[in-house]
Design a protein around this ligand. Structure first.
Ligand SMILES: [Zn+2]
Length: 389
């Protein structure tokens, strides 16, 4: 959905702030609609250049308002011990990328609600400034009125109770508290989110039929974005439900074929053929020292394979390659997708007791009723916990 690159613009409170290139497009679009629509209506006596400058300023302040909304989420999340990877502003607003799920319904509620509250607080301050008469007339007043309105709209839109909008997170927190089951709460809140997304798309179609092409296309894109976010969140939690309680030892291979670190690469190639495995743990006198896969073999030219040793080719054992037999398959999945090999050595007290590949985990998912495409779609990446707008 989001194409292109993102640029880091600044860091606030240890949280990196990125601007997605798609946001630059929307910045131009908002400036343009303001400069040819809103400001000429609000300030008919002002020359066109003034409308464009006001448009640029208002769009920039809108950007800062969305940033304040996201910062509120991120700061409350960090206060609850969650790791925040950063904030990205993009074409549909912003997302705070959190690496973990909130620990309890209360934290979820607070992290979610503070975003709309921040938007309403900005609107409230602007309203008070207008009421106190401290905003000069002309362009400043028109800009403040615009910002007041969009902050109310951002706050209200995000309170729609469809996951992953803030309102959907509030709903999820309530259901989570009520049922005690995060998975079930997420499933219901995502369902409402999907329904809302589809409703937005339907409104978009009606707008197009009535000749509002730009607004209609925008609604449809926003609906698609929200629907894919709701689907991704639901899949992620379903994955957590399916794998979170299953220990590694239930899925690992126990008859592990190992390769000595001193074996030559030529011998390793023969092992690949005779066992039909695509990777092996590498051992020496002390135990497991690494993992070697068939994909690493081409790094050694054919003529050198009789002399070069496996220890020079393998990926040395590191924390990312090891899992315990009683760790959950979810932890194993996260590790094995991150370590670039898709394999894990299962060690109990430093002793090799099993071997696990992403394929083994996908088999467990298939047995638990995840269809292949859904399992494969959910497996390769662990999407950051995102919030839309
Ligand atoms: Zn929000």
């Amino acid at each position: 959905m989001l194409m292109g690159e993102r640029i880091k613009v600044l860091t606030i409170g240890g949280i990196p702030i990125h601007v997605h290139t798609s946001w630059l497009l929307v910045y131009a679009l908002i400036t343009w609609t303001l400069a040819v629509g809103y400001f000429p209506r609000a300030l008919p006596d002002m020359p066109a250049l003034g409308h464009w400058v006001s448009g640029l300023v208002a769009a920039l302040l809108l950007f800062l308002s969305v940033l304040a909304h996201e910062l509120a989420h991120s700061l409350v999340a960090t206060a609850h011990g969650l790791r925040v990877r950063g904030i990205t502003l993009h074409v549909f607003g912003g997302v705070s990328e959190m690496q973990d799920e909130p620990p309890d319904p209360r934290a979820e509620f607070l992290i979610a609600i503070v975003g709309p509250l921040a938007s309403f607080a900005i609107a409230g301050v602007l309203w008070a400034a207008l009421a106190a008469g401290i905003v000069p007339g002309g362009a400043p007043r028109a800009i403040v009125l615009y910002l007041l309105t969009v902050n109310v709209v951002v706050g209200v839109f995000n309170l729609v109770p469809g996951f992953p909008l803030d309102g959907g997170r509030v709903l999820r927190a309530a259901l989570w508290r009520w049922t005690g089951a995060l998975g079930r709460a997420t499933a219901i809140a995502s369902q409402v989110g999907r329904a809302f997304a589809i409703a937005l798309m339907a409104v978009g179609v009606v707008q197009i039929v009535y000749g509002e092409l730009l607004g209609g296309v925008w609604m449809i894109l926003l609906g698609l974005f929200l629907k894919s976010a709701a689907d991704a969140s639901a899949a992620q939690v379903a994955l957590r439900d399916a794998l979170g309680q299953v220990p590694v030892q239930a899925a690992m291979a126990r008859d592990v074929v190992t390769v000595p670190a001193t074996a030559t690469v030529a011998e390793l190639v023969r092992d690949f053929w005779s066992h039909h495995f695509t990777s092996f743990p590498v051992v020496d006198g002390r135990g497991v020292v690494g993992v070697v896969t068939v994909h690493q073999v081409p790094q050694v030219p054919e003529e050198a394979r009789a002399e070069r040793r496996v220890e020079g080719l393998m990926t040395p054992l590191a924390e990312a390659l090891v899992v315990g037999p009683r760790d959950s398959l979810l932890q194993a999945l996260e590790k094995s997708t991150r370590n670039g090999l898709g394999r894990l050595a299962v060690l109990d007290d430093g002793r090799l007791v099993g071997y696990l590949s992403v394929k083994d985990i996908v088999h467990v998912l298939t047995l638990r009723g995840f269809d292949g495409a859904r399992a494969a779609g959910a497996v390769p990446v662990r999407p950051p916990v995102r919030r839309a707008a």
